[in-house]
Design a protein around this ligand. Structure first.
Ligand SMILES: *Cc1c(COP(=O)(O)O)cnc(C)c1O
Length: 231
């Protein structure tokens, strides 16, 4: 299957899932997670109408930016971001999805202020409470939202999560439901029309995530094929 065929198939699945919740595929942003795929593959996905490309390593993103890999589509940063790399990301991407600490919020604010721009971000929630994963604990998210909204060079657009690796189909539905509930709860208390995105769901569970309320999914291998980690 080509990248184009994969995207068409995924779009159809997303549309079906969205319709089950009174929406359509047009309401869902499909982010192609393009890590370890070259500039040509990125351009192929863009030609096939992907909404956004997402990268999760700063060095790889910087290299591929130099090759014009993302020309024609918005770019998001979706991976773990170290504070000392913030300068290489702010202003280069439309959305930083993976803001996982107060220290990182402060650094993004500082860099964005220096560049005189407002950076759109999502807060990453560690919904499974996993030791090895970054992200705010669910009970920390309200305070993080309140704090982010005091920062003039940051525009907070929603929540992102990577749930634990599912052992069986459907295993992540309770986590997706929790994020959705948290998102709605915060939205009701905030009255902010910029509060828009729930980014959850990957290759194995994007349809489930959409049924649980996701409006942004991040799909890698189902679009680009299995990643070759031996290279
Ligand atoms: C790689 C990646 C994805 C996509 O993973 P697949 O299982 O290949 O679809 C989604 N989100 C993040 C943060 C990623 O790094």
């Amino acid at each position: 299957m080509s990248i184009k065929e994969n995207i068409a198939y995924i779009r159809a699945q997303i549309d079906e899932a969205a319709r089950a919740t009174g929406r359509t595929g047009a309401d869902i942003t499909l982010v192609g997670a393009s890590k370890m795929n070259d500039a040509a593959a990125c351009q192929e996905a863009i030609a096939a109408g992907i909404d956004v490309l997402g990268e999760n390593r700063v060095q790889e993103m910087t290299e591929k930016l130099g090759q014009n890999a993302y020309d024609g589509a918005p770019l998001h940063f979706i991976g773990h971001l170290q504070r000392n790399k913030v300068k290489q990301v702010v202003g280069k991407v439309a959305l930083i999805q993976s803001v996982s600490s107060i220290a990182l919020l402060d650094e993004i604010e500082k860099v964005a202020a220096k560049m005189d721009l407002v950076q759109d971000i999502l807060l990453e929630v560690n919904i499974g409470g996993e030791e090895a994963k970054s992200g705010f604990a669910p009970e920390e998210v309200f305070d993080a939202v309140r704090y982010a909204r005091t920062l003039p060079h940051i525009s907070l657009r929603g929540l992102m999560t990577i749930p634990p690796i599912a052992v069986e189909q459907g295993a992540n539905i309770p986590y997706f439901d929790k994020i959705r509930a948290l998102f709605v709860d915060i939205g009701e208390k905030m009255y902010d029309n910029k509060w828009e995105y729930i980014s959850m769901g990957m290759s194995d569970d994007y349809a489930e995530a959409v049924r649980c309320g996701a409006n942004m999914v991040r799909v890698g291998s189902a679009i680009f094929g299995a990643r070759n980690y031996t290279k």
